[in-house]
Ligand binder design. Structure first.
Ligand code: GUN
Length: 297
């Protein structure tokens, strides 16, 4: 039987709807407008597209959107001063410094200068530690979106075998922590993993987050498994032009899996929706208000 296609676009629209309701309530009941600031250094075209899309959706859900563009040769001191001014601004509840930063800037230093309570990316070491110890954290957006889709499709994840392929700080590691938090038996696989095919074949849940186009073939997938494809890779089409593909071979995996996220239209749209969700969550936390249900891990 063909796999259920998990529609991330529709799911993200639902999450943005919930965020919009919360924003309206915050305004009506408390006179508070959640604010998200994005800092973009340099003129990387892909980053510019992301940032534009983030700004548009932030405004659509009724939040304040602020964008700061800085030259690619900005000094670390000036960037840190910008982050500090946003930390000090009470109208800003979420801060995102778009990555990657130019080589002369220390990304870790910059990320760890963000107030952890406003760190809507969940990349600050405090949030990494809170997540790893099962405490209330800001959770990275892509893993959070992936978890929401898994819970929605499977209900309880308890006791399931999950394999996360990829060990990045942005996706692989926090994803593994979230799956562990939902009582999965978790394996983190990576480029040095021996017999990756056998490891993946044991998994009820496969999260592919390696950034290598179509590297997981269908014959690695356990029949009925749920496949979350985090990859977004642009490849050339034989007839000319390009197209987006994920880290799994969609057709062959969809023939075996129980459910699968497509690329595009799967995890991608959930990332921005979760950024907006995290901003509302941060706003509620700093104001000691009840956090919205369904928008956090
Ligand atoms: N660059 C690409 N994706 C992201 C993201 O989710 N957060 C940040 N800060 N930079 C990114």
């Amino acid at each position: 039987m063909a796999a259920t296609v998990i529609d991330g676009k529709a799911f993200a629209a639902k999450v943005r709807g919930l965020v919009g309701e919360q924003v309206s309530k915050l305004k009506a009941d408390h006179g508070i407008i959640p604010g998200l600031a994005v800092v973009l250094v340099g003129d990387d075209p892909a980053s510019q597209v992301y940032v534009k899309s983030k700004g548009k959706m932030t405004v659509e859900v009724g939040m304040k959107s602020v964008e700061h563009r800085m030259n690619s040769d900005v000094s670390e001191a000036d960037l840190l001063a910008m982050v500090q001014s946003l930390n000090d601004d009470p109208t800003i509840h979420g801060i995102l410094v778009q990555l990657p930063l130019p080589d002369h800037l220390n990304s870790d230093l910059v990320i760890n200068s963000i107030d952890p309570a406003k760190d809507v990316d969940g990349f600050h070491i405090s949030n990494v530690g809170l997540l790893g110890t099962g405490q209330k954290a800001m959770v990275p957006c892509t893993p959070l979106g992936s978890l929401m889709m898994l819970r929605d499709h499977l209900g309880s994840l308890s006791g399931l075998n999950a394999v996360v392929i990829g060990r990045s700080n942005i996706v692989g590691k926090p994803m593994a922590q979230l799956l562990l938090g939902d009582s999965c038996t978790v394996t983190i696989a990576h480029s040095r993993t021996k017999d990756l095919a056998e490891v993946v074949r044991r998994a009820d849940i496969v999260v592919a987050a390696v950034g290598r186009s179509q590297m997981v073939p269908g014959d690695w997938i356990k029949p009925g498994a749920t496949v979350i494809d985090v990859g977004i890779n642009r490849i050339d089409k034989p007839e000319g032009g390009t197209r987006l593909v994920g880290d799994v071979e969609y057709e062959s995996c969809a023939a075996v899996a129980g459910a699968i996220t497509p690329v595009p239209g799967g995890v991608g749209p959930m990332t921005i929706a979760c950024l907006l969700a995290n901003t509302v969550t941060a706003c509620c936390r700093v104001n000691n208000l009840v956090e919205p249900k369904g928008l956090t891990a």
